[in-house]
Design a protein. Structure first.
Length: 103
């Protein structure tokens, strides 16, 4: 996003939002949507979606897909998430192949 190559970025609770994004968020050039969930062990988990305001519909679709995937992950949901985040098909397929090998 910072290099104007993508319109939406995603971060997780295990990593902080990079400092480089903060000025853009403060100036409202980018928006932040936080999704707070609890895993099976009742441990808190958060997603941070940073997006350009003109991509709020995509950010909402990403939010819904992330929540659904958190509860019931599927390969198709991972593919949708990758597409919304602007990844190339080959990168999405590589990621999905890694997931399949871990199962």
């Amino acid at each position: 996003m910072l290099k104007n190559k993508k319109n939406i970025s995603l971060f997780y609770s295990d990593s902080e939002i990079p400092d480089d994004f903060i000025p853009f968020l403060n100036k409202k050039i980018f928006k932040l949507k936080t999704i707070n969930l609890k895993d099976k062990n009742k441990k808190n988990f958060s997603y941070y979606i940073i997006y350009k305001p003109s991509f709020s519909i995509d950010a909402k679709k990403l939010e819904k897909t992330l929540i659904s995937s958190f509860k019931n992950p599927t390969i198709e949901k991972e593919r949708i998430i990758g597409k919304i985040l602007g990844y190339k098909d080959e990168d999405i397929n590589f990621y999905i192949d890694r997931i399949k090998k871990q199962r």
